[in-house]
Design a protein around this ligand. Sequence first.
Ligand code: HMG
Ligand code: MG
Length: 302
Amino acid sequence: MMLPKKVKLVEVGPRDGLQNEPTPVPTAVKVELIHRLQDAGLRVIEATAFVSPKWVPQMADNAQVMAAIRRKPGVAYPVLVPNRKGLEGALAAGAEEVVVFGAATESFSQKNTNCSIAEGLARFAEVARGALARGLRVRGDISACLGCPYEGDVSPEAAVRVARALDEMGCYEITVADTIGVGTPGKTREVFEAVSKHIPPERLAGHFHDTYGQALANTYAALECGIATFDSSVAGLGGCPYAKGATGNVATEDVLYMLNGLGIETGIDIEKLIAAGDYICGVLGRATHSKAARALAAKKAA
Ligand code: HMG
Ligand code: MG
């Protein structure tokens, strides 16, 4: 199988990466991070989430973040939207792209969005209709495709059912997510092959958390299935508040290092990306989770 020549990296650090931080991250820091990421060449940056501030307090400054971003031509700033109220907030903030986020399992849907899969899909259809009618783009995420923190093993058909529903409501791209990072490459291949029977691989994306150290291997397995869009988080920040124990997304720096090694084009400058990771790790007072960033920093220092 030929690997794609170009890959689009969707930076989810400012949203997935920060949503689980226990202490409030100042709005100005989030905005500075987004600016540094776009200067590094990222063309899609998930900026924030229009979710309930009671559920995810860290995203309560969503409107302020959107107002303060210096929007760069050619860069998209998708925002998470779970329902009509979220869409109203996103529209008022001038969002041009929204992300609806469902789950492959009933338990995860309940814990994350307080509704069943079917109820969630009905809300997303309403969000999608409203967003598309105003000329916005709509992306769809599916959590717990490779394993569920509450139900364990998940069949590929569960992801297929939700993916087809998101496709029917007009999502231009659908993300198959391993929320708790339990998947392995064989399982990744299985789920992408199953979903690709209904939605072409060019319209699918991978979103791998690295809890079990499998995210890069899973990324490679997905590349072999023709997937050319991946979500990742600078410095490997993040985790979902409703998936206990799950760690951050695969680090953008690590995915980029691998793609550079494979000769796959991304348009991203690794030095500037590492500097963006250093910036946010400095503010949060912790070391990066990116092995490539650590190794390149050590090499530079030597
Ligand atoms: P609910 O409590 O059932 O909502 O939550 P409700 O409709 O009953 O409303 C209750 C209150 O929330 C009301 O306020 C609403 O106005 C307010 P009150 O009258 O009590 O003052 N409310 C809102 N406020 C602001 N924005 C909104 C909104 N909606 C209602 N959009 C709800 C349902 C979906 C809102 C809630 O469960 C929620 O916000 N969940 C989001 C959880 C979340 O953000 N999780 C993390 C992101 S997903 C993720 O990380 C996975 C991903 O990375 C992929 C992967 O790795 O798997 C994407
Ligand atoms: Mg996630």
